[in-house]
Design a protein around this ligand. Structure first.
Ligand SMILES: [Zn+2]
Ligand SMILES: [Zn+2]
Length: 290
């Protein structure tokens, strides 16, 4: 199966609209995954940052009932803050399944319910018109419409999952790892063999979308914050034999020129490693075909 991976939000932490971020985009993470040959309303979505609002509007514009599987990596604001503004929620006939991990023993549905509590948002989760199902996932494998999903816990505060997607009928696979601390620092609930496990998990993916929030010189002050540098992301991609790496979760403080410079440095690192990995920087509106 050939499918499209479309970036609706690439920014980490907080939306950053404005002229300085116009090229790479200011919306927080959301990615659409769809079978390009099909027009049946089925779509997989990775994370519900503010980018999901415009994605929802596009889906509504297609005119067919929407059947969406939303995979949430974790529930930090930047990965769920667009969800209350996801238009397909508010139309009957749409089916939305949300998948994600419990956080410190709290059900995902309860977290989303609190996000739409009247003290912070006018419309409660129960006011949603679409058919909504919230399911828990842990590290391991499961299936959503058209895709086999593998999940592994990564090094980031809370229970944060990375997802690897492979079409059920075979085809290219890709991995989505928006928030992950590859370097030392932080106290995460992962085994000692984590790095090796993670490299195996990613082995040979056609596309790796990975946290590349910092430049190396910014890392020291942010150990334990749960993020990686552009150089660390490249080193991982090389180790795992990845074909293409998309630098992701751009730092709010970085404007487009800074992201350009980080991309250039990342490509130089790949070259120094003797690797042919194709390094790009994710930008809003970018569509990749796998
Ligand atoms: Zn994040
Ligand atoms: Zn996070």
């Amino acid at each position: 199966m050939t499918y499209g991976v479309i970036f609706w939000g690439t920014r980490g932490s907080i939306p950053t609209p404005g002229p300085g971020t116009a090229r790479y985009g200011g919306n927080t993470p959301s990615i659409e995954v769809r079978d390009e040959a099909s027009n049946d309303g089925a779509v997989a979505i990775l994370d519900a940052g503010t980018g999901i609002r415009a994605l929802g509007n596009k889906l509504l514009g297609n005119g067919t009932p929407i059947s969406a599987d939303l995979l949430v990596t974790h529930t930090h604001w930047d990965h769920i803050q667009g969800l209350p503004f996801f238009g397909p929620f508010f139309e009957q006939g749409n089916a939305i399944r949300i998948w994600g991990a419990r956080q410190s023993g709290t059900d995902l549905e309860e977290i989303l319910r609190n996000q739409m509590s009247p003290v912070v948002f006018p419309v409660p989760l129960d006011g949603v018109a679409a058919d909504l199902v919230v399911s828990h996932v842990e590290a391991g494998a499961f299936e959503v419409s058209g895709f086999r999903i593998q999940a592994i816990q990564v090094r980031h505060p809370g229970t944060t999952l990375a997802y690897r997607l492979t079409p059920n009928g075979g085809g290219a696979s890709f991995a989505y790892v928006p928030d992950n601390e590859l370097g030392p620092g932080g106290d995460y609930d992962v085994p000692k063999s984590w790095r090796q496990d993670f490299v195996e998990f990613l082995q040979g993916v056609d596309l790796l979308i990975h946290d590349a929030m910092y430049m190396s010189d910014e890392l020291e002050r942010h150990r334990g914050w749960g993020h990686s540098s552009n150089v660390e992301a490249v080193e991982l991609a090389v180790e795992a034999g990845v074909k293409q790496l998309a630098l992701f979760h751009h730092r709010p403080e970085h404007d487009d020129d800074k992201v350009d410079a980080m991309l250039e440095q990342a490509r130089a690192t790949a070259k120094d490693c003797g690797s042919a990995v194709d390094v790009i920087a994710a930008r809003e509106g970018l569509e990749l075909t796998l």
